[in-house]
Design a binder for this molecule. Structure first.
Ligand code: SF4
Length: 302
């Protein structure tokens, strides 16, 4: 099956070159894709679902409700759509970090990984799938002949706090999600990333940092500390620079590999999941929710 083709409904550019695209498919489903050009190549952030059923409290995508899973052709078609933009360098990295939980749509995501490698020459280690830790989906991805890179979106070291931030009912306990992700990394021979969005007064304390340290001491992982991209409607605030420093220092001292990330595309006029709702009739397929924030992190430096 050929890649899905799209009409570009809207494109917004930020000062850093990031472009947020609102794409419309043949059945009028609208999908957000982000292109992040840097150093002669473009990283594409693809959506894997129309809307998201997970409902992370800090993310606009989940609050907009869930439409349906995208097909493999619709996922790889987003890379084709970016590749067709003449002003951007060619896609060389793909991150599955757009709208949707990729591993609730694991079969299509696995097939899309294979298609993207075949059609765009983007190797499996230049693709990264981000998940809250869907165990069945991880097993499916691990069984692929050429499994991609992986990021586990953790955001908390305690189950009670994590369930408040990620209120998806069947969410796996942290211990199980971490074990499955570490197993995946060993089997796929990739260093996994642990994503941790630092929220002021919520998960940025020394106790939280010690919890992360204890989970990953002696493991071959990279901890990505993510800076929250504040918007007025969000109940969350970014952790202070002092708290960020202290959090990172505690992990460094334990010998962990830590990177600190700021979001790209903040000036593109919409956080992830919001563009669709800012365009007239953009979110017609989904129920309206409060506009909150989510982040798009520049993966080219990962
Ligand atoms: S952060 Fe990802 S998994 Fe969570 S609601 Fe947003 S799109 Fe879904």
């Amino acid at each position: 099956m050929a890649d899905a083709t799209y009409r570009v409904v809207e494109s917004r550019s930020a000062a850093d070159g990031t472009e947020r695209l609102l794409l419309e498919g043949a059945d009028a489903t609208r999908i957000e894709t982000v292109a992040m050009p840097a150093s002669g190549h473009t990283t594409v952030c693809v959506s894997t679902q129309a809307g998201c059923p997970v409902g992370c409290r800090f993310c606009a995508s989940g609050l907009a409700g869930f439409g349906r899973n995208l097909t493999a052709a619709e996922i790889s078609g987003q890379v084709a759509a970016v590749a067709a933009l003449p002003h951007l360098p060619p896609p060389r990295r793909v991150v599955f970090m757009g709208v949707g939980e990729p591993l609730l749509n694991a079969r299509a995501v696995g097939a899309a990984v294979t298609r993207i490698e075949r059609d765009f020459g983007i190797g499996r280690k230049r693709m990264r799938v981000s998940t809250v830790g869907i165990l069945a989906g991880l097993a499916h991805l691990a069984a692929l002949p050429r499994p991609p890179g992986l990021a586990l979106s953790l955001h908390a070291a305690r189950d009670d706090l994590r369930r408040r931030l990620i209120p998806y009912r069947p969410l796996a306990p942290i211990a199980d999600a971490v074990r499955a992700a570490l197993d995946y990394g060993r089997r796929a021979r990739v260093r996994i990333a642990i994503q941790y969005l630092l929220l002021a007064g919520v998960n940025d304390g020394d106790d939280d940092a010690r919890g992360i340290r204890d989970l990953f001491a002696r493991e071959r992982v990279k901890i990505d500390l993510l800076r929250h991209n504040e918007v007025a409607e969000s109940p969350f605030r970014a952790a202070s620079r002092e708290r960020e420093d202290a959090f990172a220092a505690l992990l460094y001292r334990a010998g962990l590999h830590v990177s600190r990330r700021t979001s790209r595309g903040a000036g593109a006029g919409a956080a992830c999941g919001q563009l669709r709702r800012q365009i007239p009739n953009g979110g017609a397929a989904y129920r309206a929710g409060d506009a909150l924030d989510s982040d798009c992190f520049h993966p080219a430096t990962r």
